[in-house]
Design a binder for this molecule. Structure first.
Ligand SMILES: Cc1cc2nc3c(=O)[nH]c(=O)nc-3n(C[C@H](O)[C@H](O)[C@H](O)COP(=O)(O)OP(=O)(O)OC[C@H]3O[C@@H](n4cnc5c(N)ncnc54)[C@H](O)[C@@H]3O)c2cc1C
Length: 429
């Protein structure tokens, strides 16, 4: 596929082939009595599927692979052109909470689809690494992670649509029956028997009117430095740069986190302001380092293409998991995942199915950083480890509900747990 690096590849002045014009009905908005009104219009239904996963971050990836492997027709829709969300596009890279102290033993709790992804990254050069002296919380290379997610999604037989932005829902009373998307192909719909909202921001459950809350959180922007091995870190340290960044699997590259101000991640004016401000401050910081003794060889390798929005909407689930419950830790009959300890030192915390299930809305589950948790648990619940495991659980539960022909809230949790365990998930000791 990648044959020639020259733009013209020796083709000369070739005339381009014509492409038939699309013949799409138009329904432009109009100004009526001072208001912009969009007319009612029929939407093309481009697919009818069993499980529709919206958002291909760590949670959506695991959900789609799990559902498809369980044997149901699965579609995954993503607004960008790659999987991984904040992990790969936000260049977050460090998978925290992979382990917990279970019965006095350091135990891997992120297993199943997420564990398999990391194992497979381990077989590729420069794809995953552990920090010195750490047995937990690996850092992965974003391109290798995207590549391996592509492989696993394709192998599982998931139908993927990239470059589609979900904007609305198709409702039938109190049940979500489908999702409406915008893309270069216009406004279209996909219908499904079960929908999983892994947009991170709860875009789908909010559009469907599910009860939820919204939180402000620090919004940052991650960047990467190149040529670090050629810099003199001792000199930089003496000049006040305690660290140039955290190690990555790629040689001579470091990643640098940025917390940023606590603000509303759904406000486009704030998001725009922070893109400008963070990019400028990163640029200036790196230029300053390059002018400091020891820092001359450094360069700015990359600024994350995705802004680092940590938390926005949180579902009000049939069970809101609390920080207190996570530290007791409380056992649940409907456990579908186990959260890890950031430092590996405390016990794993069981996550109940109720934390993925809306109080009233039918036809939908959520997973990842928007599942139902109290504000204090967010610092654990939003980590990539918990996003992978709750995503895996949502995919398995949706598959079982479809196969049993029942509502998501009536699913036989024993069957879901059995499927999860058969797919390698850890549900506690
Ligand atoms: C700056 C920063 C640093 C962090 N550091 C760490 C760390 O060191 N370790 C750690 O474990 N965690 C860290 N986190 C948290 C962690 O990265 C995220 O919480 C986690 O990756 C979220 O995964 P997710 O799948 O729930 O959501 P996301 O990764 O946000 O994925 C959501 C996906 O849905 C897509 N999407 C969104 N809306 C729509 C829509 N309307 N239509 C279609 N697609 C849509 C997005 O493009 C994206 O691919 C950090 C977060 C940030 C922001």
């Amino acid at each position: 596929m990648i044959a020639d690096q020259s733009e013209h590849a020796g083709q000369g002045a070739k005339e381009l082939d014509p492409c038939p014009l699309e013949n799409r009905p138009r329904y432009p908005a109009r100004i009526v009595k001072g208001k912009v009104i969009q007319p009612e219009r029929p939407l093309p239904v481009i697919q009818e599927t069993d499980v529709l996963v919206v958002g291909g971050g760590s949670a959506g990836f695991a959900a789609a692979v799990s559902a498809a492997r369980a044997g149901v027709k699965t579609t995954l829709v993503e607004r960008y052109g790659y999987f991984g969300g904040l992990w790969t596009g936000g260049i977050v890279l460090v998978v925290i909470s992979t382990h917990a102290m279970e019965n006095g033993r350091l135990t891997q709790v992120v297993r199943g689809i997420g564990g398999e992804l990391m194992d497979r990254l381990g077989k590729i050069d420069n794809a995953i690494t552990l920090r010195p002296k750490s047995q937990i919380n690996p850092t992965t290379d974003p391109e290798a992670t995207k590549f391996m997610m592509d492989e696993m999604v394709r192998e599982a037989g998931v139908k993927t649509l990239f470059h589609c932005w979900a904007t609305d829902v198709v409702m039938d009373g109190g049940t979500v029956r489908g999702v409406v998307f915008e893309s270069k192909a216009g406004r279209q719909a996909i219908l499904a028997k079960a929908i999983i909202d892994t947009t991170g921001d709860g875009d789908i459950f909010a559009a469907a009117g599910a009860e939820h809350e919204q939180r402000l959180h620090a919004i940052g922007l991650v960047h990467r430095l190149g040529n670090v091995d050629r810099a003199d870190l001792a000199k930089l340290k003496a000049a006040g740069y305690k660290s140039v960044g955290a190690i990555e699997p790629l040689p001579s590259v470091r990643w640098v986190n940025l917390r940023g101000p606590s603000t509303n991640g759904l406000d486009i004016h704030e998001l725009t302001r922070l893109e400008f401000e963070h990019r400028r401050s990163i640029w200036e910081r790196v230029q300053k380092m390059r002018k400091t003794a020891g820092g001359e060889p450094l360069f700015l390798l990359q600024v994350a293409p995705q802004l680092g929005v940590r938390t926005t909407r949180l579902l009000a689930g049939t069970h809101q998991l609390t920080y207190q419950e996570s530290r007791e830790p409380r056992k649940f009959k409907d456990v579908i995942a186990v959260g890890g300890a950031q430092d590996g030192k405390h016990a794993g915390w069981p996550i109940p199915y109720g934390a993925l299930l809306p109080k009233k809305l039918d036809g939908l589950l959520t997973a990842g950083r928007s599942f139902s948790m109290d504000a204090k648990l967010v610092e654990d619940g939003r980590l990539i480890g918990s996003c992978l495991t709750t995503g895996h659980a949502a995919g398995a539960a949706a598959a079982v509900a479809v196969q049993s022909g029942c509502r998501l809230r009536d699913v036989d949790i024993g069957k879901v747990q059995k499927l999860l365990v058969s797919q390698g998930a850890y549900l506690g000791s």
